[in-house]
Design a protein around this ligand. Structure first.
Ligand SMILES: *Cc1c(COP(=O)(O)O)cnc(C)c1O
Length: 392
């Protein structure tokens, strides 16, 4: 018999744990902090890891195991661990893999809190980070030092949706014996699998498209079994575990990931094409628009372009603020990857504390607007964006 693994969609839907004695069709919620043992020998053998058994929900729980196993299968990884948030996954990965005095080479365009980790907290352990800009990948090898341990990047980046060539990053990491860690949040496991290109650990904020409905926070790290074992031991002792309830919500969310993400991408492409033609827009960036500087790379490594569109409104900061004020249907919110379309203006909000020069380092111009395109009827989204662009 053929032992081919189930397809992505089927894995997302059917990758379910065992049922309880009640034979429920949908996975039950195992809201328990600990588990019981039959006798002293069962308990001894379980703690000695001679058998696979749940001991305590900080270590594992049937709901978190189900969620993790689905992501492991979807990313083509060997193992994984689920965290309370995406940042818990990022911090625990660095906390595990780095020793005092190690060095990181990272793309400068990373999630804000990850950058704060690099600049404010990791230096406490004498861990420094060197940065390359999205259009300076040819500089990466010059940044590598004898103590460099990790090469780190996100693709597409937030908020400017730049694309980094994962195949190139994988080759550099391999040549210099670095661990390649990729935050795959914007792509989801459906659109892009960095392990194929040599990533050792792949991180997701499950808060975004994996939940996709703006309800719960979560994070996950998957990858090579030996590294994940270390990340697991670090985490079971330091306590950033995902709650069983959030794992239950997120595992259910995965059942609809494919159809949601396909629709998100279809709507996002329509938004990008609409914005491209609008007179009050200087430029639009979307991975699957032909004028994206990394269009060919995006096509190579992503199934579809994702749900985030970046564009520059004419008129700078003031125009950006006016645009937000004129929005009627879409939400002004810090989240992304929700069923509801969300618009943000980074220069006046999330990145307002940076100087204009520092903002430009991460491709944030004064008029940059980020749209996380949702699942509403695309005509309604376009109508709202159009009237907001034209109200001045
Ligand atoms: C949101 C986000 C994170 C952090 O995730 P939380 O769940 O909010 O902690 C990390 N990386 C990227 C790219 C994100 O968008």
């Amino acid at each position: 018999m053929e032992t081919k693994k189930p397809s992505f969609e089927t894995q997302a839907i059917r990758g379910q744990t065992e049922r309880s004695q009640f034979s429920e069709h949908s996975t039950p919620l195992y809201l328990t902090s600990s588990f019981v043992f039959d006798d002293a020998e069962d308990m001894r053998a379980s703690f000695a890891e001679e058998k696979e058994k749940n001991l305590y929900s900080r270590f594992s729980n049937p709901n978190t195991t189900e969620f993790v196993n689905k992501i492991v299968a979807m990313e083509g990884a060997e193992a994984g661990y689920a965290f309370a948030t995406g940042m818990a996954a990022v911090f625990s990965t660095f906390g595990t893999l780095l020793n005092a005095g190690d060095h990181i080479v990272s793309c400068r365009s990373v999630f804000g809190s990850t950058h704060t980790l690099f600049t404010k907290y990791l230096p406490k352990w004498n861990i420094e980070t060197s940065y390359f800009k999205v259009d300076e990948v040819d500089q990466i090898e010059n940044l590598i030092q004898p103590n460099t341990k990790i090469l780190y990047a996100e693709s597409p980046t937030n908020p400017a949706v730049d694309i980094l060539d994962l195949e190139l990053l994988g080759a550099i990491a391999k040549k210099h014996n670095l661990l390649l860690v990729i935050d795959n949040c914007f792509a989801t496991p459906y659109l892009q699998n960095p392990i194929k290109y040599g990533a050792d650990v792949v991180i997701h904020s499950a808060t975004k498209l994996i939940d996709g409905q703006g309800r719960v926070l979560g994070g996950v790290a998957v990858g090579n079994a030996d590294l994940i074992r270390e990340i697991y031991l670090f985490s079971r002792n330091t306590g950033p575990a995902m709650s069983p309830f959030n794992a239950w919500v997120l595992s259910k969310s995965l059942e609809t990931l494919v159809i949601r993400v396909e629709k998100h991408c279809e709507n996002a492409l329509k938004v990008a094409e609409f914005l491209e033609k609008h007179d009050n827009v200087n430029w639009v960036k979307y991975p699957f628009l032909k004028n994206h500087p990394q269009y060919e790379v995006a096509k190579k490594q992503m199934k579809l372009g994702g749900n985030v569109v970046a564009f520059e409104i004419k008129g700078g900061v003031e125009a950006g603020i006016n645009f937000l004020n004129a929005i009627k249907m879409c939400s002004l919110s810090a989240n992304l990857g929700d069923t509801r379309t969300i618009v943000t203006h980074p220069a006046s909000t999330t990145h307002s504390k940076l100087t204009e020069t520092d903002r430009l380092e991460v491709s944030i111009t004064n008029g940059l607007v980020r749209v996380s395109v949702g699942l509403e009827n695309s005509n309604d989204i376009l109508k709202d964006l159009k009237q907001a662009l034209e109200s001045r």
